[in-house]
Design a protein. Structure first.
Length: 261
């Protein structure tokens, strides 16, 4: 048991923007349970995030495409801590689905949707009973800007996340549970570094020029830091976010040009 310390589950916890999310939640006083499919990568990530406090971060291997695995993970968290205050759904495939519609690999697209959309839904279904029993809970789904454009079919999963978020918010709000989505823009992650290096190799080999090309498209002139995303999530999970429900919030430095009222 955590004796009043709030508990957060973060899926997709072995990479991406998870370190920034963990740091922000730790600063907000949470005990964090990291979940991912690969136990090796997951366990390797924990020591660098714990800050010397071994009890502050726990890890549980979990495959969000497997209902039984998700149920076992949530059961283990409840047995260990007796509560779940926050779920951050961040598990997703790092291989976007795109290309001409005639050549789209439908099976790969379905796997992609099963990981991000189906996985989010499975995790929500599993944490809702203890949250309802407590009369309070916070759920934050990580979406993405591609859900607001027709540039690539990979945006399908993010459009679905926005819809799922609103449906769940309407259903769970009366139980004291808020559900929101966060749509990061260009964010400093290992995946972005890989993308920049790949693009540089295809061009003139100038990595910094490619990076500055990304920066030039952002009105604030800077790439988003994962810690900023974590701080937004911590705000939504705190008292200041109590009346924010069913929203899809963009954090991209103004990169997206659409107007949404």
């Amino acid at each position: 048991m955590t004796d009043g310390v709030p508990v957060a589950i973060v899926t997709g916890g072995s990479g991406g923007m998870a370190p920034g999310v963990v740091r922000a939640l730790r600063n907000a006083g949470y005990c964090v349970v990291l979940c991912a499919r690969d136990p090796g990568r997951l366990n390797a990530a924990v020591p660098s995030l714990s800050g010397g406090d071994a009890a502050a971060i726990q890890s549980i291997a979990c495959d969000v495409t497997d209902t039984a695995s998700v149920a076992a993970m949530v059961q283990a968290v409840m047995l260990r801590f007796g509560r779940i205050d926050l779920l951050v759904n961040a598990a997703a495939s790092s291989n976007p689905i795109g290309g001409a519609i005639e050549t789209v690999d439908v099976a790969a697209l379905m796997r992609d949707l099963d990981t991000k959309v189906g996985g989010y839904l499975r995790c929500i279904q599993a944490v809702v009973p203890p949250m309802k029993a407590a009369g309070r809970g916070r759920i934050v789904n990580i979406g993405g800007l591609t859900g607001r454009s027709s540039d690539t079919l990979s945006g399908l999963r993010n459009t679905a996340v926005a819809h799922l978020t609103k449906v769940m918010a309407d259903q769970l709000g009366p139980h004291g549970i808020t559900v929101n989505a966060v749509n990061p823009g260009i964010t400093q992650t290992p995946h972005l570094d890989e993308l920049i290096h790949d693009l540089a190799q295809k061009q003139d080999g100038n990595v910094e020029a490619v990076r500055q090309g990304f920066v030039a498209d952002i009105p604030t002139g800077r790439i988003c830091d994962p810690d900023e995303i974590g701080e937004l999530i911590a705000f939504l999970a705190g008292s200041g976010g109590a009346s924010i429900n069913g929203e899809s919030i963009t954090i991209d430095g103004g990169y997206s040009r659409g107007i949404y009222l």
